[in-house]
Structures are given as structure tokens and as C-alpha cells.
Design a binder for this molecule. Structure first.
Ligand SMILES: [Zn+2]
Length: 120
């Protein structure tokens, strides 16, 4: 009993004990520390739940992968479609922006006979 109390004294909480003790020492500690034993039982239940949920989680991941490939298809389709869109953009630029941009002469700047900006 005295030894048990001795062991209880060095309990730093379940997580700390689980992290820092080796498996043998940890299981020894569980025998003398009710708190950790209770926590450990809860953890065992959780990992049991995770084991049971695994097929379901995997199923979920599969559908997420389907979503991912759908997104990839969308990106590829968008990239393919946006190339002709860019081409259209270029011809719009040629047709409207360039033709409506004032030349140096039209801006009222001094120009030489070649239409270049004239600097004295
Ligand atoms: Zn403990």
C-alpha cells in the first residue's frame, strides 16, 4: 500500500504518463493510479470506436476522392475553355484598345515629320 501511494505521487496526469513512461511502467502505473486507469479504459473505448468506424471513414474518403477528381475535371475543362477566351480577349484588345489609343500627335504633343515625339 505504501508503495502504491509512492507511485501515485509521481502521476503527472494520464497524457504525461502515457507519453513519457515505457509500456511496462505505464501498465504498472495503471494498476496503482485509478485516475489513469479510468482514463486508459476510456481511451481503449475510443480506439475501439475508431477501429469500428474505420470502414465508414474509408468509405467517406472514397467519396471525397470522387469530389477531388470532379474538381480536377472542372479545373481542366475551365483551363481548356479559357484559352479561346484569352484569344478573344487579345482580338478585343487589338480591335478596340489599340485603335482608340491616341497617338502622340493626337495628344497635342510636338512631333517631327515621321510622327515621333519631337524633342528640342
Ligand atoms: Zn496516473
Amino acid at each position: 500500500m505504501n508503495e502504491n501511494n509512492e507511485n501515485k505521487k509521481i502521476c503527472n496526469g494520464y497524457e504525461a504518463m502515457f507519453t513519457f513512461l515505457n509500456e511496462t511502467d505505464f501498465l504498472e502505473h495503471l494498476k496503482v493510479c485509478d485516475e489513469c486507469a479510468r482514463e486508459h479504459a476510456r481511451m481503449q473505448r475510443v480506439s475501439q470506436l475508431i477501429r469500428e468506424a474505420k470502414p465508414y471513414i474509408r468509405e467517406k474518403q472514397k467519396s471525397r476522392n470522387i469530389l477531388k477528381s470532379a474538381a480536377a475535371v472542372f479545373v481542366i475543362a475551365f483551363a481548356t475553355l479559357s484559352v479561346p477566351l484569352c484569344m478573344t480577349g487579345v482580338s478585343v484588345y487589338d480591335d478596340y484598345v489599340v485603335q482608340n489609343t491616341l497617338t502622340v500627335e493626337e495628344m497635342g504633343m510636338p512631333v517631327d515629320e515621321y510622327g515621333f515625339l519631337y524633342v528640342e
